[in-house]
Design a protein around this ligand. Structure first.
Ligand SMILES: Cc1cc2nc3c(=O)[nH]c(=O)nc-3n(C[C@H](O)[C@H](O)[C@H](O)COP(=O)(O)O)c2cc1C
Length: 314
């Protein structure tokens, strides 16, 4: 089985993935949150940090681009290739209203003929490995048949499928019936993504799809960073390891952020996932959320680790 960390904008940053890699199951691939190519504009500071090979040493990182303009994709992909990357990913999944209104992310799926031309262009002009991360359509699962036909025309490095529609956002359940048809119809190596939170979720999935050998997890792996360890070798989450992992991320954000507010913003976002691994933690989570100073935050976190057990079975 190949294991991939899903991109979660502003959560699975280089700081997160390096700390993850230090303490938990090293993954086959780490996808960066999306980068929007801008014509005639260099990478901004955040993007430079995210892509710097120094910050991704020893990790197989796949930068992800979000655009519907082939020229922008090509120019930026070449810059990324020059930095030493061998592979790039196209985001056809982002459901956010502003992105979709511009015909990007899962909004691009509503324009299959344009998408076809876009793929023709990028695959003929680039030598890099290019993978695609897609939803199954914008408003109807029936859209996926045409999309699969289009994907089948090009040499995708792999096809990562999050079987939801744009209109689902993160609601409803992944559509496993359509994913099954994708397994039958696609000529590409498929990676499954969506709602794997526990070993049982994974086991159920792999019983239904024994031929799928790649799995990507996002929210489940941020909530329980030992999820992949548990799937791969039954290893449970250890609270001391989780504390060290947290402390590394916290220290690293302090080093790179300007001001306590920015550090706290990042840490609170991380806790909105991590908290799901603890029992009886509501009171401490409230304190974390309310903290406006690092000292108050540290006290809340230390109380939480001292008083809240990890959920059973994780
Ligand atoms: C807060 C958040 C940010 C996300 N950012 C990205 C992104 O930058 N690129 C992308 O392809 N998907 C993004 N996604 C989607 C995830 O990569 C993934 O496809 C989705 O969460 C389903 O997988 P999961 O159930 O394992 O989390 C994001 C999801 C969330 C919740």
């Amino acid at each position: 089985m190949n294991y991939y960390l899903a991109p979660l904008e502003s959560v699975t940053t280089y700081i997160f993935r390096n700390a993850y890699h230090r303490y938990f199951l090293p993954l086959d691939k780490y996808f960066t949150p999306f980068i929007v190519p801008h014509p005639n504009k260099k990478f901004n500071t955040r993007e430079k940090k995210e892509l710097s090979t120094e910050h991704n040493h020893g990790l197989y990182v796949v930068p992800q681009l979000l655009t519907n303009k082939a020229e922008d994709f090509i120019t930026t992909a070449k810059e990324i290739e020059n930095m030493g990357y061998k592979e790039i990913n196209l985001n056809l999944g982002c459901p956010s209203g502003t992105v979709v209104a511009k015909g990007k992310g899962s909004g691009f799926l509503a324009y299959p003929e344009e998408l076809d031309r876009f793929l023709d262009n990028i695959y003929s002009k680039l030598d890099m490995k290019i993978s695609v991360k897609t939803r199954i359509g914008k408003t109807s699962p029936d859209e996926f048949y045409r999309l699969i036909e289009i994907y089948n025309k090009y040499p995708l490095e792999e096809l990562i499928v999050h079987p939801r529609l744009q209109t689902d956002f993160y609601k409803n359940k992944p559509n496993l019936q359509i994913f099954k048809e994708a397994v039958e119809m696609s000529r590409h190596s498929l990676c499954y993504n969506g709602d794997i939170y526990t070993v049982e979720d994974f086991q159920k999935f792999s019983e239904h799809f024994p031929t799928v050998e790649k799995i990507m997890c996002g929210r489940g792996a941020v909530a329980n960073p030992s999820l992949f360890d548990a799937i791969a070798n039954g290893k449970k989450l250890d609270i001391n390891t989780l504390k060290k992992f947290h402390d590394d991320i916290y220290m690293d954000y302090q080093e790179i952020s300007s001001g306590e507010r920015n550090v706290l913003f990042k840490m609170k976002e991380l806790w909105s996932y991590l908290i799901q691994s603890f029992d009886h933690a509501e009171k401490y989570m409230k304190k974390i959320k309310k903290s406006e100073k690092l000292l108050a935050y540290e006290k809340a976190v230390s109380d939480l680790f001292a008083n809240c057990p990890l959920k059973k079975g994780i």
